[in-house]
Design a protein around this ligand. Sequence first.
Ligand code: SF4
Ligand code: MG
Length: 288
Amino acid sequence: MSTAPAATKIWDQNATPKHRIQWCPGCGDFGVLAGLKMALAKLELLPHEVLMVGGIGCSGQIRNYLNGNGFHGTHGGALAYALGAKMANPSLTVITLAGDGDTLAIGIENFVHICRRDPAVALIIMNNGVYGLTKGQNSPTYGLGMDIKEYSEEAPPYVDPTRLAIVSGATFVAQSFSGNPKHCAEIYAEAFRHPGFALVNDFSPCVTYNKFNSYDWYKEHVEDIPKDHDPSDKTAAWALLDDFDRRGRLPLGVIYRAPRRKQAHQRLPLWEEELAKADPEPLFRLFR
Ligand code: SF4
Ligand code: MG
């Protein structure tokens, strides 16, 4: 029997009432939250089957707004915690929810190496080009779409997480726009089902501190990936990114998905049986 209606009800009931959410009204992260709930319900996942790992920043708070299992770690560390959790319990659906500053500045080494390792962990970057929580300093993705003639140490070029992920070995690379939560849900569901590391770079406007990359700006610049694009072809994925760049457009959908299939956790150094034999007591004592 399908658990879809039950799953939908559970994620809706588990959600924090809107008035207790601390994001600014209109923040793009509301769209990500809506898409996330729809994706979890669509996959008929129940809260005990999911771990949401939040990064630090406005985006990381999303983990507090759904009562599934959650973990909130240090700045830049979300992917490391997610990987550890997946190694300890491979049956969990592990979803990392982090910002652009968190992932692509202090956390960039975790990002590159998780792309290389390719564990079955998903990452949604709520990309807004700024550090919203600390009042809007430029992040590594600041400058998207701006006509910047000359870069400087203070204003270096935009870091494109999709290109970085592909060159680093990621096996699922996609983009979404939080102004369209239904489309987000489709892409997130694909990412959560992917048997390796799955990146979704979500354009999520910061309505308070990034006045350039607004909803209207995104609506003019996003464009669905053509239906005839073959995401399993890495050369085609690269050509697609170049083509969209040339035309000043941002592709939405699955850019690259490696054709192979694998049991990801079997390639990791710490297996379930090894963990079962480990004695965590000395470690726990340090925290008592
Ligand atoms: Fe959202 Fe920006 Fe407000 Fe943070 S500061 S909650 S990212 S709109
Ligand atoms: Mg940000």
